[in-house]
Design a protein around this ligand. Structure first.
Ligand SMILES: [Mg+2]
Length: 219
């Protein structure tokens, strides 16, 4: 029997809230740091800073993109500040490492964060060495997901074939352009509402997704 996962050669993983649970509060810390950065940098109240943060995030995919576009913010300064967080909630997960490693083909991280931050997350989870590379926001020239430019750069950078790719992300809007290119899309979410048409599968956790794929590949 054939499955949607036969003949896949490339496995793309979002980082935050996909490879670890949102309940660990990692991304929440970054959210607070972003608000502080904007408040300091633009000399506005934290309340105003929060509104600016969310507006940019909604319009462009990252707060940073809006800050660069309208306020000439130095991306390196911003990234260093917002990623300076406490990682102790993340624990090594041998099960996750094995399950990712066992997928047939190359594995990449695809994140709107920077390389150094992604490395810290992967090291904390004990899964660094299973990935061929980290496609971070710098490699994307600061064009964030869900912009098509970002995904196109990634595909070109590694010379990938869309129909051979499986992509995991916790944000369904990031999956849309991937789906339209013929990439198999997996939404990692506890959301129970109806799936968008550009989500092929939805799982509550990355482990659930990897177990299902293993199962399909073995039968
Ligand atoms: Mg994410």
């Amino acid at each position: 029997m054939t499955s949607k996962f036969d003949n896949k050669t490339t496995w793309l993983f979002d980082l935050d809230n996909t490879l670890y649970s949102p309940d660990l509060g990692i991304f929440k810390q970054i959210d607070v740091k972003m608000k502080r950065f904007i408040s300091k940098e633009l000399k506005v109240s934290e309340k105003q800073a929060f509104q600016i943060q969310k507006k940019f995030y909604k319009n462009y995919g990252t707060t940073l993109y809006g800050l660069m576009k309208y306020h000439n913010t130095d991306p390196e300064e911003f990234l260093k500040f917002v990623h300076n967080i406490d990682f102790t909630n993340l624990k090594k997960c041998e099960d996750l490492r094995k399950k990712i490693k066992n997928l047939p083909g190359k594995k990449f991280i695809y994140t709107n964060g920077n390389y150094e931050y992604a490395k810290k997350i992967l090291n904390s989870l004990g899964i660094t060495n299973v990935f061929s590379d980290i496609f971070d926001i710098r490699k994307a020239n600061f064009f964030p997901k869900p912009m098509k430019t970002s995904l196109n750069k990634l595909i070109k950078n590694y010379n990938l074939v869309p129909k051979e790719i499986v992509y995991f992300d916790d944000l369904d809007k990031n999956l849309k352009s991937a789906f339209l290119k013929g990439i198999t899309t997996i939404h990692i979410s506890k959301d129970n509402s109806k799936k968008s048409s550009y989500i092929d599968f939805r799982f509550r956790t990355i482990i659930n997704a990897l177990d299902m794929i293993r199962n399909k590949l073995e039968h």
